[in-house]
Design a protein around this ligand. Structure first.
Ligand code: GRF
Length: 209
């Protein structure tokens, strides 16, 4: 099986990237992380990458605050291509990516969102789920399209919402599932088991080796 060559974009703690690194190092995911880019200069995700010897750098996305567009988008695409990346992983990247990046990696950009989409797109979705009174919450890994958290769904996992949950406790429970969901989606991609028909992602049965 040919390895996925991942480029990871993040903004924060990088726990999802860590789950991918752990799966790779455990021999459970046929992939290598070629490059990590963060739009926050001191983001912890960069420290984690350095600790694992993964090339990484800060990507200045000014003047935009919530999207990746213009010269920063061009630079991002160039860096990812130069590093030989063939899949882009949005691991807590707090910006909207635009059609140019998506066109450079067609159906090869994946995002993780801490809600059961299509419920609660956007930010602080676990707080939205709690405030709405949901009894279950969860996580979605999906292909990225031109909308916000709207692309075809690859993997979803549920967690219960408990009586005494706060946004923090619910988010922590969701994150445990995130760290299973992202490696799982990437394993399916690496195995060539995903195909997209309209909105539906078909998962081909596993072929015994
Ligand atoms: C996660 O909750 C992810 O679902 C959301 O942003 C958070 C990133 O966490 N998109 P981390 O940086 O991977 O720890």
């Amino acid at each position: 099986m040919e390895k996925l060559k991942l480029g990871v974009l993040g903004s924060g703690a990088g726990s999802n990237m860590q789950s991918i690194v752990d799966a790779i190092e455990a021999g459970e995911l046929a992939a290598e992380i070629r490059l990590v880019l963060a739009d926050v200069p001191d983001a912890k995700i960069l420290d984690r990458a350095r600790r694992h010897g993964i090339p990484c750098q800060y990507l200045d996305c000014a003047p935009w605050k919530t999207k990746l567009e213009g010269p920063a988008e061009d630079r991002c695409i160039q860096l990812l291509k130069d590093a030989g990346c063939d899949v882009v992983v949005l691991a807590g990247f707090m910006r909207i990516v635009k059609p140019k990046l998506l066109a450079a990696f067609p159906m090869r950009v994946l995002n993780i969102h801490p809600a059961l989409l299509p419920a609660f797109p956007g930010v602080h979705s676990w707080t939205q789920a709690l405030d709405y009174g949901c009894k279950v919450a969860g996580v979605t890994v999906h292909f990225v399209d031109a909308g916000t958290d709207s692309g075809p769904i690859i993997v979803q996992k549920c967690v219960p919402v408990l009586e005494d949950d706060t946004p923090e406790t619910l988010h922590a429970r969701i994150q445990v599932q995130e760290h299973l969901a992202f490696p799982e989606a990437l394993r399916l991609l690496a195995a060539g088991r995903l195909s997209v028909e309209g909105r539906r992602v078909r998962i081909a049965p596993e072929v015994a080796s």
